[in-house]
Design a protein around this ligand. Structure first.
Ligand code: SAM
Ligand code: SF4
Ligand code: SF4
Length: 365
């Protein structure tokens, strides 16, 4: 494929594919920092039934907030077509996210469609989903039957009052725990449980969470509160460094470090010395892992973002709906990845000072 790619522009930030950066319509592609394209995160909705204060604060995402109209969302057919083209460039793992992905109508149908795809090596995709767990108890079986392999459930503490305050939708801990149990029963195991830790808000829940899930087979991952988006009022003082998380748990339940499962794994792994299982820490603020970042993100309306902290994305939906053929879209994907140089967490602020960052609920966490 030698067709010159017309730059696809984002209304918020014009992103240009530099001239000459044309790559094969499929095949291995590495970015400017020699990072391959391995993971694709697909946001299937920008809506959510929670208003987590660190993600969709009520003051911003209120009744007047304009979510995307349905016609703007990529259809399941469009998502599956793009997924196939991303796979041709090396993607092996797809994570559905949002917003709350289980709110997207008939999400099981999309899972069925994606589960039929094969990697370049002929293997099934590593197909997974991140959810707030609110309706997982009634959905888990259907999700597994549709071909979902694993699930990550977000839960920011076991103290009901703390959790209700954080999700700001008065949602109880017990229902999320039921969702986790249902997922495990349906074979979506091991379940990963994500806890965002915020100083002075839920840090006292670190050890109880570790204690609760120790020996369960589920893996809790403690995430540093990130400066993603522009509406969560992030301050460095609110971040509890992963080192501190490990120190606190280790004091009660001794831990030892574990080798990563694969290069580029986001979570740093630790296990209980007595064999009680493992935990993870995600240190995007205090120990950036950009040099191994192999993730692309497809927003709800079909824009390709190269970084969680990007200020603009490439409009693939426009290409799809303008009738571009597979070869052309595939070449665009390859070319865009080829010139990627994003490493926001390593630079922090210098790179995007003053620019409006994309919200996590839109780009997909
Ligand atoms: N609604 C689903 C959920 O909450 O699991 C999926 C989307 S959510 C944006 C994906 C993940 O991002 C969740 O685990 C959430 O806790 C995490 N997250 C959201 N805002 C964050 C922030 N400011 N810092 C760190 N993690 C964040
Ligand atoms: Fe919704 Fe997930 Fe964001 Fe919470 S973290 S508001 S559950 S999208
Ligand atoms: Fe990847 Fe961007 Fe996060 Fe760095 S800051 S790890 S490049 S998503």
């Amino acid at each position: 494929m030698t067709d010159r790619i017309i730059p696809v522009l984002d209304e918020r930030a014009a992103l240009r594919v530099p001239a000459g950066a044309v790559v094969a319509a499929d095949g291995h592609v590495a970015d400017r920092l020699q990072r391959p394209l391995r993971d694709l995160r697909v946001s299937v909705t920008d809506r959510c039934n929670f208003r987590c204060t660190y993600c969709m604060p009520k003051e911003v995402f209120d009744k007047g907030y304009r979510f995307l109209p349905h016609a703007d969302l990529l259809t399941f057919e469009e998502i599956t077509r793009l997924a196939r083209l991303f796979i041709a460039h090396g993607v092996e793992k797809i994570r559905l996210t949002g917003g709350e992905p289980l709110l997207r109508k008939d999400i099981e149908r999309l899972i069925e469609m994606l589960a039929r795809l094969r990697t370049r090596h002929g293997r099934p995709l590593d197909l997974t989903l991140t959810t707030n767990g609110s309706i997982l108890a009634r959905k888990a079986r259907a999700l597994a039957a549709a071909g979902l392999k694993r699930v990550t459930v977000s839960l920011d503490g076991l103290d009901d009052a703390v959790f209700r305050r954080l999700n700001d939708a008065d949602f109880p801990v017990s229902a999320v725990l039921e969702g986790i149990a249902a997922a495990a029963d349906a074979g979506l195991a091991p379940v990963k449980v994500n806890m965002v830790v915020k100083r002075g808000v839920n840090e006292h829940e670190i050890v109880p969470m570790a204690r609760h899930f120790r020996g369960s087979g589920h893996i809790v991952r403690f995430i540093e509160f990130m400066d993603v988006g522009s509406s969560n009022g992030w301050r460095l003082d609110d971040v509890v460094p992963s080192r501190e998380v490990i120190r606190r748990i280790d004091a009660e339940m001794p831990l030892e470090a574990v080798e990563p499962n694969y290069g580029g794994e986001v979570a740093e792994r630790w296990r209980y010395r007595d064999g009680g299982g493992e935990i993870g820490v995600i240190s995007s603020v205090t120990q950036a892992f950009c040099r191994d970042c192999t993730r692309a993100r497809l927003s709800t309306e079909g824009r390709l973002y190269l970084c969680l902290f990007a200020t603009g994305g490439y409009d693939l939906r426009q290409m799809l709906r303008a009738g571009a053929d597979d070869a052309r879209i595939s070449a665009a994907i390859g070319s865009i990845w080829h010139v990627r140089g994003d490493r926001y967490s390593e630079l922090r602020s210098e790179a995007t000072a003053g620019l409006r960052k994309i919200e996590m609920s839109y780009i997909g966490g």
